[in-house]
Design a protein around this ligand. Sequence first.
Ligand SMILES: Cc1cc2nc3c(=O)[nH]c(=O)nc-3n(C[C@H](O)[C@H](O)[C@H](O)COP(=O)(O)OP(=O)(O)OC[C@H]3O[C@@H](n4cnc5c(N)ncnc54)[C@H](O)[C@@H]3O)c2cc1C
Length: 244
Amino acid sequence: MKSSYDVGIVGAGIVGLSTAFHLTKSFPQLSLAVFEKEPEIARHQTGHNSGVIHSGIYYRPGSLKAQLCVEGATAMAEFCAEHSVPYEVCGKLIVATTPNEINGLKELDRRSRANGVPGRTDHPALQRQAPNTWNISPTYDRGRLSMRVGIAYNQANIFFYNYTDGAALGIKGPNGDNYLYSHLQVDAQGSFRLAKGFTAVVYGLNLTNEVFGFYQGSPIYPIQREYYNRTIGAGLRWNSSLER
Ligand SMILES: Cc1cc2nc3c(=O)[nH]c(=O)nc-3n(C[C@H](O)[C@H](O)[C@H](O)COP(=O)(O)OP(=O)(O)OC[C@H]3O[C@@H](n4cnc5c(N)ncnc54)[C@H](O)[C@@H]3O)c2cc1C
């Protein structure tokens, strides 16, 4: 170690290291030292973050944060490609889950446009959504008679990433995918209104008796299956409230 340097940088997190990287690239003659109090680099925030390359949707348009975030996202992807660091541009889907959130979504739409976030679209197609999933529920009501049938079908599909078995340093599934087998379920119910709040009911649940099965990438339990037996029942139901 030398006794003096042109530049000293304190902290070997991503900010210190990337500053050092760019300084030495731009000024190869520069002598530079990075001082780190820990025995290794990236022991703090840099080594414990979520690894997301943020696209710049959220920040106030015109702010330095917004500008640096959008430029930084592109620069980070270029850096990773150049230095063979694995990264994935997996995209991000933002949805409003309640009507109250729609205004917030509009604001994000405005900000992402103003910030020039690349690759945004208002008509996203989920790459891994469950294909050919449908539900049909025919009903028949006439006089005192009421019939309901529920038919639900899910084609085999992969539905999420990053499976872990929950243990510290535990097993990760291959690519973390969960794989559901195709599944068809049929439920039916019929009721007939008798006098004075009494109804005769007959029902059948899971009539196809199909096993719900999935693969979740665990080498210990590679395939899981759940059995819900077919259930058929009949009886009288009494409702104490007066009919109108
Ligand atoms: C939980 C979490 C999740 C995050 N997720 C994301 C994300 O998904 N995407 C994203 O872009 N950002 C994310 N961030 C933010 C991002 O990780 C930080 O902005 C970034 O790592 C900050 O880097 P830094 O180099 O400034 O700090 P640090 O990584 O904390 O590095 C500072 C370094 O300085 C050293 N140091 C401190 N004092 C001294 C001293 N006196 N002498 C010598 N060395 C010293 C420390 O030991 C440390 O190594 C996340 C942050 C957290 C905490």
